[in-house]
Design a binder for this molecule. Sequence first.
Ligand code: AMP
Ligand code: ZN
Length: 499
Amino acid sequence: MALNIRFHNTLTNQTDTFTPNDAPLVRMYSCGPTVYDYAHIGNFRTFIFADVLRRFLELVGYDVKHVMNITDVGHMTEDDLADGGGEDKMELAARRIKEDKKSGRVPEGVVQNPDDPYQIANYYTQAFLADAKTLGMKVAFEYPQSMPHATNCIDIMQDMITRLLENGHAYQTDDGVVYFSVESFPDYGKLSGNTLDKLRGGAGGRIDEQTMAGKRHPGDFLLWKPDEKHIMKWDSPWGRGYPGWHIECSCMAQSLLGSDVIDIHTGGEDLTFPHHECEIAQSRGASGKDSFAKFWMHARFLLVDGQKMSKSKGSFYTARDVFDGKVTGRSVHPAVLRFELMRSHYRSNLNFTASSLSDAGSAVKRFTDFALKAKSECNDQPAEIDLNHTMLAAFTQALADDLNISGALGELFAWINDGKDDAPIAWAACLQVDRVLGLLDLEDQSTSEVDIDALCKALDDARATKDYASADELRKQMVDAGYDVLTTKEGTKAVKKLA
Ligand code: AMP
Ligand code: ZN
């Protein structure tokens, strides 16, 4: 099947044909979480978009090397300004946790010592990995190889800063702060449209005396700041201090993916400027190449009930809030949240509502019921099929069209309704589709807490010996673990409930 893959590229502002530099290898980098709090469902919208993109490329035969960083230093609260400002988000977290502990809002164990930023970072990294695995994000299963911590990469950041100073893209002010000189890089502004002229006028930068101190252009951004008072600091040729936020992604992308030029870079729409604009300037400034990432793909924001998530309105939800039933009043299966976060096009806002979550639950149930029925009917003996299968061909064609997920799902559900394939083919096709959707995987993971096959067998044995008390107890155990217990000709079968 000839597949012409086309993705919207923020850099060219058009839909371009995707051809990786070193096919079948695809080098893909995604900006990851800042580990100062639990990740929210908006963060996961962007992360799951990247996961679906990667899984689609794998389905059609690419070998994807995917790196996602963990930001544990240097991400400032005023990150919408080119030169950052405010305080480090880890500092904010330390204060918040101390206050929450004092007022009893968090249990003592959450972060033992909030004065230790590594403990904060470690706590929220582990929480992120747990949530990301629960939601089936492949990159989280490859931690730590695929998910570097910024604080472990300070030396490569210092190397890049040294190179930028040597080749005239960076300078040091009288106060010792190292800045990237945006005027040294004529392509600055190509990604976001924030050209040097616009920035000089103050857009996205600052021009007041205090923050301009020593800078040559308002758009110049921080590479290294000597600062003895910063929450995390390292020795450097420019004094003891901390790196700017943007440099970490430039370094980790190039060094972990093993190339100055990568194929795809993803993130949420807010990262286009300044973060990604600055990444391009640094990476190309250091490598001297005319490209850093060939494709820049940005996910639009998730909204809750049509509005930005807001703490004060109580509409700011973490993934765990959703799983635990804090949002809808009943617990939500991870497969349902994953499906809800992936099912609308990544370049349109996703409007998260309780009713759309409930629709997602019905869709997931339709798919998994169909798939598991086919699996059981063919005794888990899938036929050998390839992507030329009619539904799979239409499913991949839709995804090849800038990840048209609703088109792809439309093909899937029309085929399910049709129900014409026999069980071995149907099960094989579901397995292929699920390499992208990742829903059946979550089923398998969530069944690992109880040995469900052993319980089914024990229930059959109890019935055979007329031990109805034990049989009732075993059935209850399975229902409590979230299963529908079915009595079939072959004996007891348990199917995980989804919503
Ligand atoms: P952060 O942990 O703040 O560094 O953000 C991690 C990722 O989540 C980035 O790619 C952001 O662009 C993205 N992001 C933040 N808020 C939202 C939202 N409401 N919807 C979608 N993506 C978001
Ligand atoms: Zn980044």
